[in-house]
Write a protein that binds this ligand. Structure first.
Ligand code: 5GP
Ligand code: MN
Length: 336
């Protein structure tokens, strides 16, 4: 393990740095990555963000977005950068399986691996760790890494602040989740003071729907929502034909599960979407219901207590049946 003093010494000289984050990056994954990127480039480092896959269009306005490489679009160049890197920052994930085929390359690279993350049960692949499961977002940890660990608050400029604000805003469901503590609000206030245009960021992220996306949401709510009242659980499923019919692109399904959770008695909401050879699940819960336990136990996934995900190799219909069989096991927690 690298200690903080040695890390600070290393970062005093320009380094070749790769920053990566999880498969299908969300607002926190991209906000953390580009927030750190905008910090590092001010110090003359050669920093490169590489994402394992594409990400939603409503995140492409962030400063530095034009310099991001999507691994699957540019494998040779990305592999070279990973192999040549002095340091690889792994943000908002803690198991190499979460970055798909990039995981093997990152594991093989001689670079120092630095994990900054807020997920449970980190895998042991890193040389330095800034990790706290109580953080509401990895972006919060990027802020404390820069300000408290490295002591460089003056380098949190408007670009860094805008990216970190986006990460915290999206992962805390717009400052609503229980882990949005007063400390988080103080950090957010600092980010606004540093130049994050908060109202504009809400516009850019949340008011960027196409007409088709809104109609797709309407379809999900009007035609696809099932409520299992006896288990205070709601489910929305989407099949491959519907994805085609509504021209669904990356990011269009994000947040739909929260509508199911917004029903007053519902404690657990699930969204299932039929992808190429698997079903992707997103679970959300209220209070202390452990959505991540279900994802880990039954759907090869994980996440946080109130927001978790996983996959199933069964058909959509069979996955729904499996999900319905799981609910009785959690009846006590669901109906309290
Ligand atoms: P989402 O439902 O938005 O895809 O993911 C919600 C949360 O669950 C995120 O914190 C994400 O990191 C985690 N998550 C989603 N899918 C997976 C998965 O397949 N494996 C693991 N370990 N975590 C996941
Ligand atoms: Mn996160």
């Amino acid at each position: 393990m690298l200690d903080t003093a040695s890390l600070i010494e290393l970062l005093a000289q320009p380094q070749r740095i790769v920053i990566t984050t999880h498969h299908k990056p969300d607002g926190d994954a991209m906000g953390s990555s580009l927030g750190l990127y905008n910090y590092l480039i001010q110090q003359g480092h050669h920093a490169q963000v590489i994402t394992p896959t594409d990400y939603p269009q409503f995140l492409n306005w962030m400063p530095g977005n034009g310099d991001v490489i999507i691994y699957t679009d540019n494998v040779a160049k990305a592999d070279q950068l990973i192999a040549d890197a002095d340091m690889i920052f792994c943000l908002d994930f803690n198991a190499l399986g979460r970055i798909n085929e990039m995981g093997e390359k990152v594991g093989e690279s001689k670079a120092l691996k630095l994990m900054i993350d807020h997920h449970l049960e980190p895998q042991d692949f890193d040389d330095y760790r800034h990790w706290d499961i109580n953080a509401c977002a990895t972006a919060q940890l990027i802020y404390t890494f820069i300000v408290e660990v490295l002591g460089r608050k003056e380098l949190v400029n408007a670009d860094v602040a805008s990216c970190l604000y986006t990460g915290i805003m999206t992962d805390s469901a717009s400052f609503r989740l229980p882990n949005t503590t007063s400390t988080v609000h103080r950090i957010v206030a600092d980010l606004i003071d540093a130049g994050a245009p908060n109202a504009r960021i809400h516009e850019l992220v949340y008011n960027d729907s196409t007409e088709m996306r809104l109609r797709f949401l309407g379809h999900c709510l009007a035609n696809k929502l099932q409520v299992f009242h006896e288990y205070n659980t709601a489910l929305i499923t989407v099949n491959a034909e519907e994805l085609k019919e509504f021209d669904v692109i990356t990011g269009d399904t994000e947040g739909i599960v929260n509508y199911a959770l917004s029903i007053s008695n519902v404690r657990l909401a699930a969204f299932m979407v039929e992808r190429k050879d698997k079903v992707k699940l997103s679970l959300r819960s209220k209070g202390d219901f452990p959505a991540n336990e279900i994802c880990k136990k039954y759907f090869s996934g994980g996440g946080h207590r109130n927001a978790a995900g996983g996959t199933s190799s069964y058909s959509l219909q069979d996955t729904v049946e499996q999900f319905k069989l799981i609910l009785p096991k959690y009846k006590n927690l669901l109906i309290q």
